[in-house]
Design a protein around this ligand. Sequence first.
Ligand SMILES: [Zn+2]
Length: 262
Amino acid sequence: MTPAIMPDRLNRFARHIVLPEVGGAGQARIMGAHVVLVGVGGIGAPALQYLAGAGVGRLTLIDDDVIEPSNLQRQTIFALADVGHAKAEAAAQWVARFDPDLVVQAHRTRIGHDNAAALIAGADVVLDGSDNFATRLAVSDACVAAGVPLTSAALGRFQGQVANFAGHRPGEACYRCFVGDAFDADDCDTCAAQGVLGAMVGMVGTFGAMAALRVLLEGVASLGDPQWGQLHVIDGLKPGLRTMRIAHDPACTTCGTDRPAA
Ligand SMILES: [Zn+2]
């Protein structure tokens, strides 16, 4: 039974509802969903715009950064007046202005192995747009442990990578199956050194939002095919898109069936 959508919300989301791939049931599902965004920077900010636009009913925003002038070139929810403010809180204020019906919670903190379980509790999907492997692995491990699907969106110069992971399900790969253990202590925030094109990071962020919506709609609407473990590689220069399958690693230290007992 699909919960009813109130008349003012029906109008706001009319273009979703008429889409056969979403429909009224899909829109109701999106409005009842809880999405956790890890990072509301280059990838998270455009992802947030489209997830809030889609009417995701509950949004948890996690970021410990402060807005700098050099962020404004790509983190489009922030304006000059936000410089010096916390990203998580400024992003939550953006959501409140954009759609006061959405419930939003900001956490000005760095997510890691110590706090990830609490921060992602109750999420229907976690969208990770963070900028380093240590964070990504901590988030992925917490998702597998909690049985929460993970949308991973990442960018290196003109190459974007977006995938949905369900490492908690038998036979499905997790993010650690993909990258292994080697990066646990590594920090590779390379935007400052290598440069990044704003429109490119926007493309990856919105691709991530679309992937997260596919997770939310699984079993509800035909768009809801999460394509678990399929890594979409976006070449922004060509431009081009190719997809490769990430295999479940039986020896994965997080989700592998052959891993040593803890
Ligand atoms: Zn794994």
